[in-house]
Ligand binder design. Structure first.
Ligand code: MRU
Length: 351
């Protein structure tokens, strides 16, 4: 049965348990998993119960809290070793979204002080990571919406909404904010093969709030840009290199090329936790490749020729020169490059 109610949060911490909305089942089924051990958190991230770069980071942070709970009966040194092993396991759940590593680094730092109550600190840190992400999304929503004119049509790819973050969304946060200001007439949501984040998640999220949305096949994006007055393509990111190259859902690079060719503008919306100064360019970033069944099947049904070879990279690299605007919670960078990104990080607000 279709349930049209968007839960407040896709990720919740309730009385020592992690509650995750199972995004694999959306939109037809709204079901939550109760998770109380770290290996189940690892599986949930790996198997896409929860997905989207900031959401993965927040989930992993709560995973570390579950690890600490399970080891709290041990002597401090042993407990710490076990938690560090669990942090390593969580870090291996998915390779591309840097928010996972960023969040785990913050959690690991809580273990460094031997004199304090780890569990309390870890719980507080996971909660901060979650709340800060929501606040960052709201801020980016405001900043990005300033670039949108009245009566605009925009296009988005994958799902960079409430489901992919602590709440509100990055790219969808800008769209939500611009819609609240009466600026959005229509959103083209690309279906986003092979996992259909656009069809299943973005279309659903926008429908919940009565934001006008047209779902299109990925291959219709060029035609939509030509046929309609789409001013902006707005996407999130899984990792942004120090030079501004953007790694995001497969298909993003093609859209950025289309935008350039069609004279449209390309906006990337991502918190600073998605920027990885350790990767000089997109070439340094590992692109996750997932199983062939995501391409050969839709659900349980095979749609491809049996036994065909498949290549399934799930992210791509958009060179910085194709990005018109990078929106972060600490400010907007037009035409991002190494120098401008370094300047942003030199701001005293970013640690
Ligand atoms: O494979 P997914 O669904 O985790 O990929 C998600 C994306 O590519 C999103 O665009 C990105 O994480 C930004 S989410 C705010």
């Amino acid at each position: 049965m279709m349930n049209r109610t968007l839960p407040n949060r896709a990720i919740e911490w309730q009385e020592g348990q992690l509650i995750l909305l199972d995004q694999r089942l959306l939109p037809s089924t709204v079901e939550f998993l109760r998770i109380n051990n770290v290996l189940d958190v690892y599986e949930a991230i790996k198997n896409m119960v929860v997905r989207g770069a900031p959401a993965i980071g927040i989930t992993a942070a709560y995973g570390v809290v579950l690890s600490a709970i399970s080891h709290q009966h041990l002597a401090a040194d042993q407990a710490k070793l076990n938690i560090l092993t669990d942090i390593q396991t969580l870090a291996n759940a998915r390779p591309t979204a840097v928010n996972l590593h960023w969040a785990l680094k913050r959690m690991q730092a809580c273990l460094d002080d031997n004199s304090v109550d780890w569990l309390k600190n870890l719980q507080a840190e996971a909660n901060s990571i979650h709340q800060e992400d929501i606040a960052a999304n709201k801020k980016m929503g405001e900043l990005g919406a300033e670039y949108i004119k009245r009566n605009s049509s925009v296009m988005t790819h994958c799902n960079a909404g409430a489901l992919a973050t602590g709440g509100y969304g990055t790219a969808l946060g800008v769209i939500r904010s611009a819609y609240e200001q009466g600026k959005i007439e229509n959103v083209f949501a690309n279906e986003t093969r092979p996992w259909f984040q656009g069809a299943r998640l973005t279309a659903w999220e926008l429908q919940q709030e009565n934001i006008p949305v047209n779902l299109i096949c990925d291959s219709a994006a060029a035609s939509a840009l030509r046929a309609y007055d789409v001013e902006w393509i707005i996407v999130g990111a899984d990792r942004i290199a120090a030079n501004g190259d953007v790694v995001n859902k497969i298909g993003t690079y093609g859209l950025a090329i289309l935008a350039k060719q069609a004279g449209k503008k390309f906006m990337v919306v991502a918190p600073t936790s998605t920027i990885d100064l350790g990767s000089a360019s997109g070439n340094d970033i590992e692109i996750e490749e997932r199983g062939s069944q995501e391409v050969t099947h839709v659900g349980e049904k095979i749609i491809a020729s049996q036994g065909v070879n498949v290549w399934n990279p799930v992210f791509d690299v958009t060179p910085a020169e194709l990005v018109d605007v990078l929106v972060t919670e600490h400010g907007v960078i037009e035409k991002p490059d190494t120098k401008k990104i370094a300047q942003l990080f030199a701001s005293p607000h970013i640690n």
